[in-house]
Write a protein that binds this ligand. Structure first.
Ligand SMILES: Cc1cc2nc3c(=O)[nH]c(=O)nc-3n(C[C@H](O)[C@H](O)[C@H](O)COP(=O)(O)OP(=O)(O)OC[C@H]3O[C@@H](n4cnc5c(N)ncnc54)[C@H](O)[C@@H]3O)c2cc1C
Length: 469
């Protein structure tokens, strides 16, 4: 009998497994897919020699995560490559907003808004080593650095549409919109200001790196670390019911509430089932990967050096595209997140070739292929882009859920990042990782701190399990 069974080998499942194995427990991870890693896989999706990140590609959260700080990533074969420009956002007329290096450097590129930018971010970036670990922990207990974190939280409670009123230029306002739109919330929603500021703070504090060779290297590192503590991962083993699990002292589930309710069946008390049933999922994504014959010919030169490009034009245009998605429509000009790892990692494609990664938001469960609209948006800011396409791979939101059942309706964050669900995720229990079933814990991104590759949900769940043991 193992001490701990983990269902699911996403970064959170593996972080939980490593934490328990290090504490001396015997650990086994059961993964349904043939390859471990959940949202952290890299595959030749298009042509031989083109290595694409199937899901996550850009890793400010991993770079800032207290969980990953405990691993000797370099010794485990992981090299983070940080582009000079973290992210850029092209505007019509060959202009672009960009965030790079220090607050001063970015403020310098924002002209009239330079001073306002400094005032918004300078103090928070200085205090990032205190604030970030608090934001990556459950927000229910008093944070470790209450003053710094409360100051950040209070400024960020505003919708990003109000934060943007500090700025007069299209560039500064667009930069905020692009950072906030990662949340898949309306840009008028409370706390979208905090998300925008958090992503910008991370960009200044740790950069927006990619993993050399692809995100899967992170999973290779995590499985190696787990093995060094005696744990293992069994792939190709879908768990259909908790009743089918081998006996163990604790069970940690890297799944979302809907799947948990299904797996637990009648064992779960009705009250817990209805509380978990109220958990809200966000919109989906349509993801596209391209094999290109050369680098994207962005009109605005900062975009050529940026690892991530936020495409959607001005603040108002991004806001209206996102509002359409939330109203259940597919925008003609969607907001798109695009990553070009080739700016710092030549290993992703054969010589002189490039990979490009991108997605746009779509209504939950969408079966619409948005590749044409995404390509039109890229072409708008990089004329000639379409001529470079050698091959593409497309996954609609419905395909995303078929690929990984944790992407309910194509939601890549394990549940909507509304203010309420950021604080009370997945349900309003004091310890968010415990469930109504003794010895059974949730450890996925449906628990705090939410979506992203940081392993902190797994770490939190493992600590709860260890405390109970
Ligand atoms: C297109 C896309 C782009 C993204 N971009 C980024 C990015 O750039 N940066 C970033 O930080 N984050 C990004 N993310 C989000 C990130 O990938 C997720 O937040 C993260 O992977 C969540 O980790 P997890 O361990 O909670 O779940 P997952 O990574 O989803 O892993 C869950 C695992 O559990 C397995 N599983 C589920 N049910 C069962 C079952 N019943 N039996 C057995 N196994 C089961 C699944 O197969 C899967 O392997 C992106 C996600 C997507 C889809």
């Amino acid at each position: 009998m193992n001490d701990a069974i983990i269902v699911g080998s996403g970064p959170n499942g593996l972080a939980a497994a490593i934490t328990l194995a290090r504490a001396g427990l015997s650990v086994r991870v059961l993964e349904g897919a043939q390859v471990p890693g959940g949202g952290c896989r890299t595959e030749e999706l298009t042509l031989p020699g083109f290595r694409h990140d199937v899901c996550s590609a850009v890793h400010p959260l991993a770079a800032a995560s207290p969980f990953f700080a405990q691993l000797d990533l370099a010794a485990l074969g992981v090299t983070l490559r940080t582009p000079k420009i973290a992210f850029a956002q092209p505007l019509d007329g060959g202009r672009a907003a960009w965030l790079a290096g220090s607050v001063d450097e970015t403020a310098g590129g924002l002209g009239l808004d330079g001073r306002a930018y400094r005032r918004l971010l300078e103090a928070f970036v200085r205090q990032a080593p205190l604030i970030v670990p608090d934001l990556l922990a459950p927000l229910r207990p008093v944070p470790a650095h209450p003053l710094a974190t409360a100051r950040f939280g209070l400024s960020g409670l505003l919708p990003v549409s109000m934060v943007a009123r500090r700025f007069r230029t299209d560039e500064a306002r667009a930069l905020l919109a692009g950072a906030a739109a990662h949340t898949m919330l309306p840009l008028t929603a409370p706390a979208t200001g905090a998300f925008a500021m958090m992503f910008m703070m991370l960009a200044h504090a740790v950069g927006w790196p990619v993993v050399e060779g692809g995100t899967a290297r992170l999973v290779d590192a995590m499985t190696a670390e787990l093995a060094s503590h005696g744990g293992d991962v069994e792939t190709g083993r879908w768990v259909r019911s908790l009743a089918d699990l081998p006996r163990a002292r604790v069970v940690l589930l890297d799944v979302t509430p809907r799947q948990f309710v299904h797996l637990a069946g009648d064992a779960l008390p009705a009250r817990a089932r209805s509380s978990l049933g109220r958990f809200k999922y966000g919109p989906g994504v349509c993801k596209v990967d391209w094999a290109l014959s050369g680098p994207v010919p962005w009109q605005a030169s900062p975009c050529r050096e940026a690892g991530t490009i936020h495409i959607g034009g001005t603040f108002d245009e991004v806001a209206s595209g996102e509002a359409e998605v939330l109203a259940g429509r597919h925008p003609e000009r969607p907001f798109c997140l695009v990553a070009q790892p080739g700016v710092v990692d030549p290993t992703r494609a054969p010589a002189d070739r490039q990979t490009l990664w991108g997605y746009c938001h779509v209504p939950a469960g969408s079966t619409v292929d948005m590749s044409g609209r995404i390509e039109a948006q890229i072409e708008r800011f990089a004329p000639g882009f379409s001529d470079l396409i050698l091959a593409r791979s497309v996954r609609t939101a419905a395909d995303m859920e078929r690929y990984n059942p944790n992407y309910v309706g194509g939601d890549i964050n394990g549940g909507a990042a509304t203010l309420l669900q950021t604080v009370f995720r997945p349900t309003p229990r004091w310890n968010p990782y415990r469930t109504a079933l003794p010895g059974v814990y949730l450890c996925s991104s449906s628990t705090p701190p939410g979506g992203g590759v940081h392993g902190m949900c797994g770490l939190g769940a493992a600590r709860a399990a260890l405390a109970d043991l």
